[in-house]
Design a protein around this ligand. Structure first.
Ligand SMILES: NC(=O)c1ccc[n+]([C@@H]2O[C@H](COP(=O)([O-])OP(=O)(O)OC[C@H]3O[C@@H](n4cnc5c(N)ncnc54)[C@H](OP(=O)(O)O)[C@@H]3O)[C@@H](O)[C@H]2O)c1
Length: 352
């Protein structure tokens, strides 16, 4: 690497903790020298950043399943990058790798991510790097474990998915269809997303929660009740679903994005007693508890993608300077499928 390039590692750092809705001004761009590569380390040139609603939670100074991002720290994010210098026996220059590298041009790694100490993963030969962040990445895995291991979807189930046109929801609904659900309905914001679910992903119906009465549509679409609800949203959508569950049905709580930017958490769910009346099983989960099974899940997801049974979609924005703006797209409902930002082309020929 030239001396000039060494001097410039652009980074987006957390400047202030967001109050309510996260703002672009909560982050600041700085530049520092690219770090030297020590023995047992390698340097990654980041190519794609992945965006997840959970990143909003990491900005709050509260105890969670991972520590918060500190003020002044590089914003934490999963990325795909290329190894451009290596003094590590297992990583070669030119290889594409995925890990929690953060919003910066270059990341120094010892082969494990700095927070959870999970191994940096190599992008398999022939797989587009963006796909390893989407249907084969954390959101694809979340859909897989949530729908199969937690929801235990089975043939004949009538299934509802909220946040259905997002990265997790779109894969979760398709898995239910692949497993023989009698009906798969998605809830999403806007006609374009609803049309995509039905026309291209094979959902049986979609509800535009911004325009339609969700409770009335659920009653019409599930006359015998919902057997399995995969919830990414919480709030009013969870309340409406609780009123339409079948007896002994299952609710998988994957996320609750409706409240991620609220300054004060709203009371709820209002229809809590439906859990008792309908004898529901409600179960939350976090992907990190399932990572020992990730290879099995990735193989299955890759096989479904290869056969065409499963469709992945990435929503790719461009330009390092757009990182905070791209993050906000998740909360404005602007993304369809997995939200990514492309920040560079691979500087070296790709080897695998
Ligand atoms: N449990 C786990 O381990 C785990 C792992 C990954 C993700 N998750 C959760 O899964 C959910 C989806 O994550 P993702 O990465 O796949 O993101 P995503 O669904 O691709 O993007 C977020 C989507 O949420 C919807 N949304 C935003 N604000 C909303 C609001 N106030 N009310 C209703 N919908 C809103 C928007 O779609 P619309 O246009 O349809 O509103 C937006 O496109 C999140 O709740 C996330 O926290 C959980």
């Amino acid at each position: 690497m030239t001396e000039q390039a060494r001097e410039s590692n652009r980074q987006w750092r957390l400047k202030s903790r967001p109050v309510g809705m996260v703002k672009e001004s909560d982050f600041e761009q700085v530049s520092e020298t690219v770090p030297d590569v020590g023995e047992g380390q390698f340097l990654v040139r980041n190519l794609f950043f992945a965006f997840e609603p959970a990143m909003r939670g990491w900005l709050n100074d509260v105890k969670s399943y991972v520590p918060p991002v500190g003020l002044g720290e590089v914003m934490r994010a999963t990325c795909v990058g290329q190894v451009v210098e290596s003094r590590h026996p297992d990583f070669r220059e030119g290889e594409l790798v995925s890990g929690v590298f953060g919003w910066q041009d270059y990341t120094l790694s010892d082969g494990q991510d700095a927070i959870l100490r999970r191994p940096v993963v190599k992008v398999p030969a022939g797989v587009p790097p963006e796909r390893t962040l989407g249907a084969l990445g954390s959101t694809g895995l979340t859909a897989y474990f949530g729908m199969l291991d937690i929801g235990e979807v089975k043939a004949g189930d009538a299934v509802l998915v909220s946040g259905a046109a997002g990265a997790t929801g779109s894969v979760a609904g398709q898995i239910a269809r692949i497993k023989g659900a009698s009906k798969v309905v998605g809830i999403a914001g806007g006609p374009q997303k609803c049309a995509w679910l039905v026309d291209e992903l094979g959902f049986d119906a979609a509800i535009d929660y911004r325009k339609e009465n969700v409770n009335a549509r659920l009653k019409e679409l599930f006359p015998k009740g919902i057997d399995l609800f995969f919830d990414n949203v919480g709030g009013n959508i969870l309340d409406d679903a609780l009123l339409n569950m079948a007896q002994f049905a299952r609710v998988v709580i994957c996320g609750g994005i409706a409240a991620y930017n609220e300054m004060e958490l709203p009371p709820g769910p209002r229809n809590y007693m439906q859990i008792v009346i309908r004898r529901l099983t409600v179960r939350g989960f976090i992907l990190i508890d399932h990572m020992q099974e990730a290879d099995r899940a990735r193989q299955q997801l890759a096989a479904w993608l290869a056969s065409g049974e499963l469709r992945g979609r990435e929503d790719i924005q461009e330009g390092f300077e757009n990182a905070p703006r791209t993050f906000l797209r998740l909360f404005r409902g602007e993304n369809i499928g997995k939200q990514l930002l492309k920040v560079a082309e691979p500087p070296l020929p790709v080897v695998s």
